[in-house]
Design a protein around this ligand. Sequence first.
Ligand SMILES: Cc1cc2nc3c(=O)[nH]c(=O)nc-3n(C[C@H](O)[C@H](O)[C@H](O)COP(=O)(O)O)c2cc1C
Length: 370
Amino acid sequence: MTALFSPLALGGMELPNRIAVSPMAQYSSAPDGCAGDWHLVHLGQLSYSGAGLVMTEATAVEPDGRGSLQCLGLYGDAQEQALGRVVDFCRQWGGARLGVQLSHTGRKGSVRLPWAGRGPLPVQEGGWHVEAPSALAADDGGPVPAELDEGGLRRIGQAFVSAARRAVRVGFDVVELHAAHGYLLHQFLSPLSNRRDDGYGGDAERRMRFPLEVAQAVRDAVPSDRAMGVRISASDWAEGGFGLDDAVAFAGALKSIGCDYVCVSSGGLVGHQQIRVVPEYQVPFASEVRRRTGMATRAVGMIALAQQADAIVRSGRADFVALGRAMLDDPRWGWHAAEVLGAAVAYPQPYARAASAAWPGARLVRPGAA
Ligand SMILES: Cc1cc2nc3c(=O)[nH]c(=O)nc-3n(C[C@H](O)[C@H](O)[C@H](O)COP(=O)(O)O)c2cc1C
């Protein structure tokens, strides 16, 4: 059996293989955070991509935790019902486990759609005043967020827990916290965005405190037959920022509170980051976090080929891999990777017949497609 197509136990559940569809914000089709037809088609097709796990895009735990007015949310009954429809579809037709990425944008919220000029969305146009650990703008010229007080922290912590309960209720197998890419939990972790002088800022331990409180509360809300994980940025790629040693310390603390995996990404906190993007550029971070914590680790970033993904898992640099753009390019990536690696993958029932002896050639994937 190939490493990539071997099952992976995560907490009390199992992924059928080591391929995940990475969370990808769509900025579309979600008025008031309610998943729409785009999500049904987009996540629906990815649920039968051959990946063992499909993650939703960043999904806001409260309205002000969204990025834009079309970003997904899970903060009320209407949002739960809308996302539940997508989950039901994926369950019925797809073979993948499903994960939700719970998120709060903090100071990176209230933006225009990427294709409508980006930049802050003013309150007069439906935007909102953003909040963050400290009154520091994300980018020069961006809006200065209000500093969250203890009441604000409690409100957001409860919103994460309530969204996690909703996620469990609609049937997600995996609940992941977004603590990467400069969003709220990452804003607490990094000294570049957290300048608080209360118990939630200062040294590394105090900067980890709010993300760990949220992770602990969410862990308590997610039953042990589901998995709970966290996505982190292992480097801010900026002078004086959060780095690999901090990531190892944070992952170790997550492990000790019962978190099942970390996904190791990087960057996204400040505009002046200096990232050198090459194939697999974040895999060394994942590998180091895994080696130093013994925690199940997902690698991501510029992983696009079947052999490459298989080698990352086989060599023990990560336990599983997430693919973003390669899955958009080829939503049958898992079928084609299985073809290359000589592994088997489950096709959705209406298509599986086309791979059976009932049809000449008894194959579904066209020769050379991989
Ligand atoms: C369209 C798009 C939207 C994304 N949105 C999210 C997101 O909601 N949450 C997240 O953690 N990462 C997000 N990412 C980052 C991806 O999950 C992934 O880490 C990144 O694209 C690198 O992987 P790749 O080289 O396989 O695309 C997004 C990436 C893309 C291309």
